[in-house]
Design a protein around this ligand. Structure first.
Ligand code: AMP
Length: 144
């Protein structure tokens, strides 16, 4: 399974935020959208950074509630690991494990066109296992 297949199932919606947004606005958007990370992008196309719940937690530990008035640019990760439509689920899994990150934006020709999370990767593995189980059941019970 490739990223293209994952996006066909989950859609290409990406929760983004402008780099000038405050961290208070980031917290509100994370809660409203029910996601764990936002792609930081001023034009909704080019990935300028990524900010996750973990960045907010670290920032709060360092600065307390004053953090909420800071710009997202002060805590976002700028060096973003991305993938494209042909990246496999196994490759994503390796990227996430090695980079200790749970979100990977999908970029094609320099433009943001989706995001995959560790939850999407786990769901894909479970679907594969279910299919394999079904095939084995049929093989054993019907001899085909
Ligand atoms: P996460 O596991 O996604 O909550 O993120 C953990 C840390 O990795 C945070 O500091 C994020 O800003 C950073 N991070 C998340 N996704 C990416 C990514 N695709 N590329 C680089 N850093 C990331």
């Amino acid at each position: 399974m490739h990223v293209a297949g994952l996006l066909r199932r989950k859609g290409d919606d990406v929760a983004t935020v402008a780099s000038s947004a405050t961290i208070g606005e980031v917290v509100a958007a994370l809660a409203d959208r029910g996601v764990g990370a936002l792609v930081v992008s001023d034009d909704g196309r080019v990935v300028d950074g990524i900010v996750s719940e973990r960045d907010v937690t670290r920032g709060l530990a360092a600065h307390g509630s004053a953090l909420l008035d800071h710009d997202v640019a002060s805590i976002m990760t700028r060096d973003v690991v991305t993938c494209d439509m042909s990246t496999t689920v196994d490759e994503l899994s390796a990227l996430m494990t090695e980079g200790r990150m749970r979100h990977v934006p999908v970029v094609v020709d320099g433009a943001l066109c989706g995001i995959v999370s560790i939850g999407d990767v786990v769901k894909a593995y479970i679907r594969d296992l279910e299919q394999e189980k079904q095939t084995l059941h049929e093989y054993i019970s019907q001899g085909r």
